[in-house]
Design a protein around this ligand. Structure first.
Ligand SMILES: Nc1ncnc2c1ncn2[C@@H]1O[C@H](COP(=O)(O)OP(=O)(O)OP(=O)(O)O)[C@@H](O)[C@H]1O
Ligand SMILES: [Mg+2]
Length: 267
């Protein structure tokens, strides 16, 4: 059954677009899934830059204002179907129509991935309401943790509890919040722990998703493990993971998430 996955946060710059584009290309190139990736950050849409679409023929805002059809707004890049946004769109549109628009072509895909806006308004709400499963992206610091708490509360109020935390830009664990602290504050499992990785800046400069630009980078490997869980495949373990199977807490969380993923969804 197709699944719509929303990648959210109410803090800017934590890595939503990087993760949405990387996850989409990992699911396509490593797990042969059919993926539609949509820019739902309508005010500041930059998914096109990550996916090498600089002058889109048609955009998500045109779709939401009934000026274009979903299928006409699809651009295929790196094997992923992408509906980008426009920085210049001026006319009125209704972000809350996103769910209905997705439903019109959902059956053509295995996954629909939504890159969301960090603004606490209808933009973020459109992703929350259109998603079957939500992941919140957080960095391991107090300001972002508080924003993630807020996002988790909002999603819960809307009947869409968050499936997992994607911890991004992990730099210096001795001076950062631990996985345990984050999980107990948010009461949500961490399902991926992505290091700060130079390949993020390089791939953005080259306008290629990281798993395509550098498939053996640390970031790509962790995204591939998350992709494997979502695609219901066995994840490739690190050598340490092979010696000590339960070594990494996020590996265990992913296993539990994988078991729940195919049984739970919102109606
Ligand atoms: N794991 C990482 N390591 C290093 N840099 C990263 C990582 N993840 C993202 N970045 C960088 O952080 C910056 C912000 O990333 P991104 O645009 O994905 O964030 P965002 O949450 O989508 O932001 P916004 O809320 O503004 O849409 C980019 O320059 C990106 O290359
Ligand atoms: Mg973004």
């Amino acid at each position: 059954m197709p699944k719509t996955i929303g990648i959210i946060s109410i803090k800017g710059g934590v890595g939503k677009t990087t993760i949405a584009s990387s996850l989409a290309s990992s699911l396509t190139s490593n797990f042969q899934k059919k993926v539609l990736l949509i820019d739902a950050n309508y005010s500041a849409p930059n998914l096109g830059i990550h996916m090498d679409i600089l002058s889109p023929e048609s955009t998500i805002q045109e779709v939401l204002s009934n000026k274009s059809r979903m299928k006409s707004a699809i651009h295929n890049r790196f094997g992923v179907d992408v509906i980008p946004g426009s920085y210049m769109f001026q006319a009125q549109f209704n972000p809350l129509k996103l769910r209905d628009k997705i439903n019109s072509i959902k059956n053509d895909y295995d996954f629909i991935i939504l890159d969301s806006s960090p603004s606490l308004n209808e933009e973020l709400l459109s992703t929350i309401l259109a998603s079957d499963n939500l992941f919140v992206v957080s960095t391991p610091d107090y300001p972002t943790l508080y924003c993630s708490l807020r996002a988790a509360k909002l999603a819960k109020q809307r009947g869409r509890p968050i499936a997992g935390i994607i911890l991004n830009k992990v730099r210096d664990p001795s001076y950062e919040l631990s996985l345990k602290e984050i999980e107990s504050a948010l009461e949500i499992p961490v399902v991926a722990k992505i290091p700060d990785d130079k390949s993020a800046a390089r791939s953005l400069f080259l306008r290629m998703p990281i798993p395509i630009y550098k498939k053996h980078s640390k970031l790509s490997k962790e995204i591939n493990r998350l992709g494997a869980a979502l695609a219901n495949k066995k994840e490739k373990r690190s050598i340490l993971g092979l010696i000590m199977p339960n070594f990494k807490r996020e590996q265990v969380n992913r296993q539990i998430m994988k078991e729940n993923f195919y049984t739970s969804s919102f109606s």
